[in-house]
Design a protein around this ligand. Structure first.
Ligand SMILES: *Cc1c(COP(=O)(O)O)cnc(C)c1O
Length: 393
């Protein structure tokens, strides 16, 4: 026990987390992100990163960051409302808007901050947020910060969403959904959601963190995937997944983006994205705008791996994207499976309760364009070996 009695709760709570199996042990990566990473001096095949297109260590992206540091230094100085915009922030935002096919975009420090910026700007006390049950933590926190009333509908259940809208909840109404759900890899029924929003006069916000660089023409995202340009009010995004860097964005009409810029506290009271992040993200979008080669490779890899997993007799759940859950069932089995894979040089995370329902624990394999077919064959061999050892196949 600590000698500071008033801090005893910390040790107690940490022990409780460990007893419940919720304590996070975080691995140390000793190399750039890529198909393979070094952990404790060992090279392992990486299925744990959202680096869908291999941008995190793409030579053009890293060069852009280095060159920008030569021209602009590292830090933005202060919040933009005081220190001013740097022209590279404006360049990035213009390029982002062009890429996504919207009038305007605003960059913020992360995808998490993008939700904390957008949601409380649009709704407040007396208004209503209508939210998918499996929405990301940053949507939940942004919603709570807004002080609007939060009504939750069952995952992807548009009938339940309509029931809530029919009751005409108070104030402004904002429907929020993830575009791609990160634990199952399924896609939100955005066309139906948009139709309901139009019918009942609600605003829509889609968080496309796992859709950008993945869905739509050249990875333009879920709005492009469904051809819903101009019909979704706000798109939230991250630069940390397919774009391989760090940062977040809010995209939509000029007016709505300007409104959020004027009102969002994380924009007004927290400094801008750093210079290297800004320049690297801009270059990642340039690469995507020039060619869809990486996006096509990502999908080809994803189909190849999923089919391989199914051929082994394992279940990939309801995934429609490169996020590949390999369903195991019992949480302890999933953990054992992951540890066994790691011994075989495959780094793939076990995901269990509370991230997914009890009994639906899984290995989540994040497929990337950085993987080669040989990498995926290597992994499939190891999934087969461990699956047989554990009598799962
Ligand atoms: C990853 C993720 C975020 C957070 O993005 P960061 O840029 O890492 O803060 C937000 N929303 C969703 C849906 C995500 O998957």
């Amino acid at each position: 026990m600590s000698s500071n009695k008033h801090l005893d709760f910390i040790e107690n709570d940490l022990n409780e987390l460990k007893e419940k199996g919720l304590y996070k042990n975080i691995k140390t990566i000793e190399s750039p992100q890529g198909a393979w990473v070094n952990i404790k001096g060992k090279k392992v095949l990486n299925f744990c990163s959202n680096n869908y297109l291999g941008m995190a260590n793409h030579p053009r992206v890293t060069d852009a960051a280095k060159n920008a540091i030569k021209d602009y230094g590292v830090g933005p100085g202060a919040v933009r409302t005081i220190a001013g915009d740097m022209d590279i922030h404006q360049k990035l935002e213009k390029k982002l808007a062009e890429f996504k096919g919207v009038e305007a975009a605003l960059s913020v420090q992360s995808g998490f901050k993008a939700n904390l910026s957008a949601i409380p700007s649009l709704v407040g006390k007396g208004d209503t947020i209508i939210s998918d049950a499996l929405n990301h933590a940053s949507i939940i926190d942004g919603s709570r910060l807004s002080r609007a009333e939060i009504k939750v509908y069952s995952h992807n259940d548009v009938n339940e969403l309509e029931e809530i809208l029919k009751q005409n909840p108070p104030g402004k109404k904002l429907i929020i959904t993830d575009g791609v759900f990160s634990m199952d890899g399924d896609i939100a029924p955005l066309p139906e959601i948009v139709e309901l929003a139009e019918k009942y006069g609600a605003m829509t916000l889609v968080d496309d963190a796992h859709g950008e660089g993945v869905l739509g023409d050249s990875g333009k995202g879920i709005v492009d995937h469904f051809g819903l340009h101009g019909r979704v009010d706000v798109e939230v995004g991250t630069f940390s997944k397919a774009l391989g860097v760090m940062g977040g964005c809010i995209a939509g009409s000029k007016q709505i983006v300007e409104y959020i810029k004027q009102k969002a506290r994380p924009f007004t009271f927290s400094s801008a994205l750093t210079v290297p992040d800004t320049a690297a993200t801009l270059e990642a979008i340039n690469i995507l705008s020039e060619s869809d080669e990486l996006v096509l490779k990502l999908w080809d890899n994803a189909e190849y791996f999923k089919q391989g997993v199914r051929d082994l007799g394992l279940d990939t759940g309801g995934s429609e994207t490169p996020i590949t859950p390999v369903m195991i069932g019992d949480a302890k089995d999933a953990t054992t499976f992951s540890e066994r894979l790691f011994k075989e040089d495959v780094f793939a995370q076990a995901i269990g309760f509370p991230l997914v329902p009890q009994g639906q624990a899984r290995i989540r394999a994040m497929i990337s364009a950085a993987h080669s077919k040989e990498d995926l064959d290597f992994a499939l061999d190891k999934f087969a070996k461990v699956g047989k050892e554990m009598n799962l196949i």
